[in-house]
Design a binder for this molecule. Structure first.
Ligand code: UT7
Length: 330
């Protein structure tokens, strides 16, 4: 028995934030943002719209497209660094309640932008071991809740949204998830960090006054590490599975920066017409980035049943990961 990606769904919030909007908020320019990142717009959730709301919308679509009932979902994994609640309940439990699912195992994972690939890895193991039958995996983020809109080095990069997928079983290896790699190196924990409100800096007036609740990033250092690590990672997963880059139908990278994507794709020998690119319109949506990108290409009729996908991601922790899988949705 193999695990397979049976469906994909996503939710994009309605409030569009363009580069020209940001020009009015901080000292930046459309030219700088486009040249350095490839981003032209991003979408933000309403004040009264939370990570679980976006996750719920994406999950509904993924469950419907998988052709299963909600009762058949027996595990829910939500990858997020912007949960509804700081400690508990998990966003996965809140989503389960919204979906009317009772009794399923439900938990969040924190692996920043690599969260969806990490969740895929866990779901694959659950299915292959026979532990669960249908695992709902979600990447959902309200990045606008941890972004400082006075900090031009981060606020131009991030957007909100959610993506979800159903992982189930198949006997057909040519429709399965072949391999998932998930890795980390805590030595670089200070490259992407929200300094509060954890046990190290519990929430206080001082914390809020000093803006320690916001995301901070050493962008340039992260950029350099990302390109080298991702290139090595994708080469390794291809080699381990005896697959050549020309066999890949779609390269689906984390949508952080067009320059990172293009550098890795070039090293892989991938022409741009086989690269899934949504960074221009959604910006960086962290754990939601890969499933939102997959969904966009699926809804445009580009990704089809049987297509071989190479996922690849990098984020805070530091964490990174890649996956080789056939799309098994209708
Ligand atoms: O998703 C998780 C993983 N994250 C990533 O993979 C992100 C990786 N990093 C990046 O994508 C890029 O490093 C950034 C897009 C964040 C920054 O691009 P960069 O080419 O590395 O720029 P930089 O940080 O080296 O900054 C260059 C200059 C600086 O000015 P000086 O010191 O040269 O005078 C910055 O202050 O650009 C300035 N700058 C800006 N200027 C206009 C930084 N942000 C902005 C801005 N608008 N928004």
């Amino acid at each position: 028995m193999f695990a397979s990606l049976k469906s994909i769904g996503a939710y994009i919030p309605s409030k569009k934030l363009t580069n020209s909007d940001l020009e009015k908020m901080v000292d930046t320019s459309d030219e700088w943002i486009v040249q350095r990142t490839g981003i032209k717009s991003r979408y933000l959730a309403r004040d009264d719209e939370y990570t679980s709301d976006m996750a719920y919308e994406a999950a509904k679509v993924a469950i419907d497209r998988a052709g299963i009932s909600r009762d058949e979902v027996d595990a829910i994994i939500c990858a997020t660094i912007t949960p509804d609640y700081f400690c508990m309940p998990s966003t996965a439990c809140v989503v389960a309640d919204k979906l009317g699912i009772k009794g399923a195992m439900a938990f969040d994972i924190s692996a920043a932008c690599s969260g969806f690939v990490y969740a895929l890895n866990i779901a694959k193991s659950m299915i292959e071991s026979g532990m669960r039958k249908h695992v709902l995996i979600i990447g959902a983020e309200k990045m606008s809740s941890i972004v400082d809109y006075n900090d031009r080095t981060t606020c131009v990069l991030f957007g909100d949204g959610a993506g979800a997928a159903i992982i189930g079983a198949t006997d057909d290896k040519s429709r399965s998830i072949l391999d998932v790699k998930s890795s980390s190196d805590g030595e670089y924990q200070d490259f992407l960090v929200t300094e509060a409100c954890g046990s190290r800096n519990p929430c206080s007036k001082d914390v809020l006054k000093n803006g320690l609740q916001y995301l901070k990033m050493k962008g340039n250092e992260t950029f350099k590490l990302a390109v080298n690590t991702l290139t090595q990672d994708v080469f390794e997963i291809l080699k381990n599975n005896d697959i050549k880059s020309e066999d890949i139908d779609w390269f689906v990278p984390h949508q952080a920066n067009y320059r990172i994507i293009s550098a890795v794709a070039k090293k892989l020998g991938m022409s741009e017409d086989r690269v899934v690119l949504t960074v221009e319109k959604y910006g960086n949506t962290s754990a939601a980035s890969i499933p939102m990108a997959l969904n966009n290409w699926y809804e445009d009729g580009k990704i089809k049943n049987g297509d071989l996908l190479l996922l690849d991601t990098f984020g805070g922790g530091l964490t990174w990961g890649s996956a080789l899988l056939y799309f098994n949705g209708d």
